[in-house]
Design a protein around this ligand. Sequence first.
Ligand code: HPA
Length: 266
Amino acid sequence: MEETLKYIQSIIGDFKPEIGIILGSGLGELADEYCDIAISYNDIPNFIKSTVKGHKGRLVFAQISGKNVVMMQGRNHFYEGHTMQEITYPIKVMKKLGVKNLILTNAAGGVNESFSAGDLMIITDHINNMGSNPLIGKNDDTLGERFPDMTDVYKLDLIELAQKCAQYLNIDIQKGVYIANSGPSYETPAEIRMARLLGADAVGMSTVPEAIVANYCGMQVLGISCISNAASSSGGAALSHEEVIAATDKAKHKFKQLVVKIIEQI
Ligand code: HPA
């Protein structure tokens, strides 16, 4: 960690990020529009490299709406073969850099039948169905407790603030529970029916490990999913990564507007 921080600080100097954002599939453009300093993950000691098409791998520092922000343009996933601890290491780095509020974004399948492709959903809670937990292993007591509470991972005041911002911008917004599977295979119709029975509204392959670690180390978390497809519980049209990227591409304008407004209001 010392080595990682020393390298980052040698580049950003006295820039102190207070808001962190992880940009999901197809949503990375925000970091192209607002970019004061960019560091490739490849250059950061102890960071892992992103391997998925459509996910860049850069840590981007910028002032947005007068706030100092650090963005992950591209994230690492469990399905790439990295450990839970590896994929959540950047969250701990953000914490050490001084980040207090973390905005997690992703592309997700709509489990709730009232959702349409292109909808944005504020995450109110999650279900960890990935079969592992990023806090497994020796606990670092300087970051958080051995058995951290997860009662309110997604903070109500941030949820309300995001809703108000959406309203102000005339953007329809959904709210719901996000269930994370390990992936990389998409769900079968039976698995979607199961997710619905469990109380999930959207399904994806990320975000939950990061939310667990952020909450564990005392960060305020806000999660926003871009519903890229209706996850089918009755069969029907096949789903592809290209479709997911195309749908997030269509929603990216309102997504960017919303995130910038939220940053302004935090
Ligand atoms: N399932 C899992 N992850 C996803 C999906 C989906 O339908 N869409 C985008 N990410």
